[in-house]
Design a protein around this ligand. Structure first.
Ligand SMILES: Cc1cc2nc3c(=O)[nH]c(=O)nc-3n(C[C@H](O)[C@H](O)[C@H](O)COP(=O)(O)OP(=O)(O)OC[C@H]3O[C@@H](n4cnc5c(N)ncnc54)[C@H](O)[C@@H]3O)c2cc1C
Length: 391
């Protein structure tokens, strides 16, 4: 095997590609992780300081996967001797789920109860005693997923990439992939090199379809820009992580059809992160030319009504992107015509917490092993019924 030949090449060093490469190296595979930008960078979907980790979902399979995923997060923390999340006591923040009593809220509640996830139901009359500084909307119910917490995103990427390198893995950053030639040995051409491997994993986030076009495949993915907004506390400390203020999801509201979610003030003192779970479509290479602020208008109205202790004008606005599938479920599958190419894509704005398990699953798929979970919700063929032209 020459130095340019690998057992496996992974394209894209976001959270999913980094965990996949790490799992491959753990399985003694000679692995190359290629990244178009110089690391670390803030132009994909995995940058920034924090993400929410939770078991609260409306589908059983996500809650099931999170069971093992929490263990994998802890394992990596121990292995690297780094704190990657604020979740287990006394680091736990919990996730406050609020929504119209009869809507999705019931689905979340049932999934949590069915899966025996420890939750606390907050009756309306006791709500403000437990969660001061938040107005629960009329007709809304509330519960807390006590397993939830805050993940340190940037620190995760640095850690998992570092562990990968310790295992002998090779990272080449600043190397944009410009061509892929499928075959029993796949050839990957970057701006400055040509590499070959028996197996390829594509985890290119918002650029997934650009790369897949070299393999004759297009997936029904939409790339959207998210304005990541931070809001000032009127009274310092009122929404602070140290005071155990929780993360939250507002499932549906007067202001918005999609979720609104937030994390307690933590990374920027005195600023709480609250975002809208959708946004305008964008070209990933032109992200900052997309200047639509419709999501910020929605957030301002919601914050004025429900978070009266925050100044309803964002103090900081950063940018991130989601890559969304029509059903909001991930793509974890083999390429339909080139089985030694595996795809991890369409994480639809909720994939970070699953990084360790996605890495494990993409590694299993690329090695031709039976995956640890039923991947039917994540297969490419599910799109065929909806949109033949997209495939
Ligand atoms: C604002 C925001 C908040 C979020 N909150 C949460 C949350 O609370 N909880 C949660 O679980 N998830 C959350 N997510 C979602 C989560 O962050 C994403 O699902 C996840 O980061 C996707 O990772 P990825 O590896 O697929 O993509 P990316 O991080 O975008 O990685 C893809 C990588 O591929 C590289 N690449 C692309 N093309 C090429 C090429 N040609 N050559 C070489 N490299 C290439 C890119 O540069 C990039 O580094 C949030 C996302 C955003 C934007």
């Amino acid at each position: 095997m020459s130095s340019q030949d690998y057992d496996c090449i992974v394209i894209g060093a976001g959270v999913q590609g980094s965990f996949t490469a790490y799992n491959l190296a753990k399985n003694n595979k000679k692995t190359l992780l290629l990244e178009q930008f110089v690391l670390p960078h803030s132009r994909g979907s995995s940058h920034g300081q924090t993400r929410i980790i939770r078991k609260a979902y409306d589908e059983d399979y996500y809650t099931h996967m999170m069971e093992e995923c929490y263990q994998l997060w802890s394992q990596l923390e121990k292995e690297a001797n780094v704190k990657l999340y604020r979740t287990s006591f006394p680091r736990r923040t919990g996730l406050l789920v609020m929504g119209p009593e009869q809507g999705d809220y019931q689905v979340f509640k049932s999934t949590l109860e069915r899966n025996k996830v420890p939750i606390v139901i907050l009756p309306r009359e006791e709500f403000s005693q437990h969660i001061p500084h938040v107005n629960l909307s009329q007709g809304n119910a509330a519960l807390v997923d006590t397993t939830a917490g805050v993940l340190y995103a940037d620190r995760t990427l640095k850690t998992v990439q570092g562990q990968f390198q310790k295992l002998g893995g090779v990272i080449k950053d600043g190397q944009k992939v410009i061509d892929i030639t499928p075959g029993s040995v796949v050839t990957v051409t970057t701006v400055s090199g040509v590499y070959r491997a028996k197996r390829l994993v594509i985890t290119a986030g918002p650029w997934a379809n650009t790369l897949l076009s070299h393999t004759g495949l297009q997936l029904p993915l939409q790339v959207i820009k998210i304005n990541v907004c931070y809001w000032s506390e009127k009274i310092p400390g009122s929404y602070n992580v140290q005071h155990r203020f929780p993360c939250f999801i507002q499932l549906e509201s007067e202001e918005a059809k999609h979720h609104i979610y937030g994390l307690p003030s933590n990374e920027y003192p005195g600023l709480m992160k609250i975002c809208y779970h959708t946004g305008p479509e964008t070209d990933p290479d032109e992200r900052d030319r997309q200047t639509d602020r419709g999501d910020i208008d929605i957030l301002q109205r919601y914050i004025t009504r429900c978070f009266p202790g925050l100044v309803p004008i964002p103090a900081v606005v950063e940018s991130c992107m989601y890559t969304v599938t029509p059903d909001d479920h991930f793509v974890l599958d083999h390429h339909p015509t080139h089985s030694n190419i595996v795809i991890g894509a369409g994480f639809s704005g909720h994939g970070f917490k699953f990084g360790p398990i996605v890495g494990k699953l993409l590694c299993e798929l690329s090695q031709g092993e039976v995956p640890s979970y039923d991947l039917s919700p994540f297969r490419i063929r599910r799109f065929q019924a909806h949109s033949k032209s997209a495939l």
